[in-house]
Design a protein around this ligand. Sequence first.
Ligand code: PLP
Ligand code: SF4
Length: 476
Amino acid sequence: MATVTLPGSAVSTRYHAIGRSTVSGMPEWQRLDSDLRHGIDIVARVMPFRTNRYVVENLIDWSRVPGDPIFQLVFPQLGMLSKTDFDDVRTLVEAAADVESIGRAVERIRRGLNPHPAGQLTHNTAKIAGRPLPGVQHKYRETVVFFPAQGQTCHAYCTYCFRWAQFVGMPGMRIEARSTADLVAYLKAHPEVTDILITGGDPMIMATRTLRRYIEPLLAPELEHVQNIRIGTKSLAYWPQRFVSDADADDCLRLFGEVAAANRHLAIMGHYTHPIELQPALAREAIRRIRDTGAQVRMQAPLIRHVNDAPEIWSELWRTGVRLGLVPYYMFIERDTGPHSYFAVPLVRAHEIFRRAAASVSGLARSAQGPTMSALPGKIRILGVVTRTELTDRQRTVAFRNGSSSAVDPREQLLVCDFVQARDASLIQTVFFAAFDPGATWLDQMRPAFGQERFSFEQAGERTAPLHAFTECLLD
Ligand SMILES: *Cc1c(COP(=O)(O)O)cnc(C)c1O
Ligand code: SF4
């Protein structure tokens, strides 16, 4: 097989997907404990499982399995299902039950895992003359998110991905656009849009000629106001060959260069979960080649228990990234879908990890914003924890305006939050307070401070509804 030779590496260039039916052919797999293999096989019947040779050979340290972070990131994990659900499937499998019975159990378990967090298909869909445009989302004034139909899968699947329902093919779970004509018409009618974000899945799964069909029309002079084209992708971590040795890699880089030549900024929003992803020479070569086209690579990822929930991991990720010319962008809070309880990190702890990571790097690496939660009203960031006595006069004024009661305990702890992005632009960069709760992992578990019934940005009655309606990929 062909190999790319870079200093210190000889890496296969042919993409080999690995899934439940093919994993047993892997020598690394055969060395694992048989109970672990059996357990993973059970979970993989419910949750999507796809990895590839590059990930297995270059990113996983097999002597550290099952604790290895990338193993946790791409292989189904035993803790992802509840004990009852796990036992239900195991019992059926071990009794050699028929495909239909297993399928019914699997379907029931998937339905119970919040496959489609509230409003995902209905909120923010762009419309032309009242006609909804599938796969075109317009939530924030400046930015339109676009989901090309051919970009709705990935080179490997992250175990925490909220797109899991789409990957296992649950009906009604796909959001996708089939043509750019609607998108272009929409953008022409919306001169306030400066950014288009192409996402998935992973758009870089598309052949360059397909990607070109989506990008070229955006470079037309009539769309001069669309100045930034972002592509959200995990390919730099999971398949850097896409930019180095794939048959259309050079053509892809030419396309990137054409974006710069058309006086637009191309931002590759690299989904980087762990610093190990920046280690292979091939991964660095891919970054170098992209940057040579004039495009910028930014880095973002969710904070995930078992994978990257330590400050040193983030500081190393940002430090190494900056050295390679990347710009840290967002640290996200993991969403409430699928195996959330296995991966969730409480908000207070997430903030502590972010703070300690930021405190140990230079200012260049502190361009990261986080930890942020993409919720219905916007991207909410946890800024820190204060006690009431620490509040400045100005903050106290905000607190009291927000409905503070007279019975004040000065030692009361508060969570300080703000909006880094919001549907209602007047909320952007505004601060609000929440009650301190070390266990809360998402906005719907947060309580407003000062005994208020709801946050000032919430409508009456909204408290009871889950507030995590979103459509965008973790990569956005
Ligand atoms: C994050 C996000 C964007 C981009 O917001 P920026 O703050 O400009 O990065 C756009 N649309 C949606 C739905 C998002 O979640
Ligand atoms: S998080 Fe992104 S890269 Fe990972 S599986 Fe989901 S869509 Fe693909």
